[in-house]
Design a protein around this ligand. Structure first.
Ligand code: NAP
Length: 311
């Protein structure tokens, strides 16, 4: 295992990869496509119960729809809903011609079978790209809705003209919504991809081989300078809220903590990234803004498909 003494720092300037700029570019590209449609794209958002974090996410999604001219409908079944009742809600949405995308905000209450619900969404209305049919399309390299966060990261890499073919990419995390689809998307662009997870042996060494390192772990500041090859492209997907001032200070976030009583930290130690990476997505302002933009993009893509079919 490498100690701090073996760490080499990067002597060049670190390029900050700005997710807000990339989001603006993605949304600007959607506007003329929406204007070309015969009717506005339609997104149904199903929010069960009153989870405060879910309510904030859903508000952001509905707001983005409003700004772009996408029709949105929020459905708010009670916390006590059963799996069968929720399946009926989805079935009705699957049959509605004005709805192109259906999003069920996670997590669902314990009594609901989340997998059955997600798999009941018609694959051609699956704007989150989570349905096994669409995951299969991703594996096969076919055009279909793709998981929004990794798809947004691919847009970011394209925007900043970061070459991928033949380069070594390491993805830390193997979740169905980020790590696995991320690895598949990088592979499709001809990167040589390694996936690391909680059972990986000598994870620092694996990561230090990366030209492009993606951290999607859910542990604040897990990726330190021991993980980063000098000049590597470091993509930080993590969104961890820290409520310990000493920890926030360690990540250079004391001012944010003092203002808000907590601080948002990614899976990468931001101070180490600034010393070692060649390019880096900060938290906040890096990957975060891209997810909703790609949800909008998937919804528009589905609306185009539906309207072409129904012509
Ligand atoms: P998740 O489902 O909890 O998966 C975490 C992954 O990290 C798992 O594969 C796990 O490995 C791996 N892991 C955990 N501890 C590890 C360790 N000590 N060493 C190596 N690997 C370890 O999380 P997720 O949904 O992918 O989310 C990851 C992070 O991204 C979270 O902070 C989340 O908030 C954030 N996120 C951000 C956005 C955005 O829009 N910016 C979107 C989605 C998620 P095992 O499989 O072996 O358990």
């Amino acid at each position: 295992m490498a100690g701090a003494s073996s760490v080499r720092l990067y002597n060049g300037d670190v390029q900050i990869l700005d997710g807000t700029k990339v989001r603006a570019e993605i949304l600007a590209g959607l506007k003329p496509r929406i204007a070309n449609l015969k009717r506005p794209p339609g997104l149904a958002v199903v929010l069960v119960g009153h989870n405060p974090a879910s309510e904030i996410y859903v508000r952001g999604k509905i707001k983005a729809c409003g700004e772009l001219g996408i029709f949105s409908e929020k459905l708010t079944p009670p916390e006590s809903i059963t799996t069968e009742e929720l399946l009926d809600v989805i079935d009705e949405l699957n049959h509605r011609p004005d709805i192109d995308g259906i999003l069920v905000q996670m997590p669902l209450p314990k009594q609901v079978d989340s997998r059955r619900v997600l798999e009941s969404i018609a694959p051609d209305k699956d704007c989150d790209g989570f349905h096994p049919v669409n995951v299969g399309h991703l594996v096969a390299g076919r055009r279909a809705p793709r998981a929004c966060t990794p798809a947004g990261i691919m847009e970011m890499l394209k925007y900043y003209q970061i070459p991928l073919a033949g380069r070594r990419a390491v993805v830390v995390g193997r979740s169905d919504i980020v790590g696995k689809p991320m690895a598949l998307m990088l592979l499709q662009e001809n990167a040589t991809v390694t996936i690391c997870h909680s059972r990986t042996v000598d994870i620092e060494e694996e990561c230090r081989r990366a030209d492009i390192l993606v951290a999607a772990i859910g542990r604040p500041g897990f990726v330190t300078r021991d993980f980063i090859a000098p000049g590597a492209i470091v993509i930080d997907v993590g969104q961890n809220r820290i409520e310990d001032r000493a920890l926030a200070e360690r990540f250079g976030k004391a001012a944010e903590f003092d203002k808000k009583g907590s601080a948002l930290v990614g899976d990468v130690n931001p101070i180490d990234a600034m010393h070692c990476a060649g390019a880096y997505t900060p938290v906040p302002g890096g990957v975060g803004p891209l997810t909703i933009a790609m949800l909008m993009s998937n919804t528009v893509q589905l609306a185009e498909k539906h309207q072409a079919v129904n012509e």
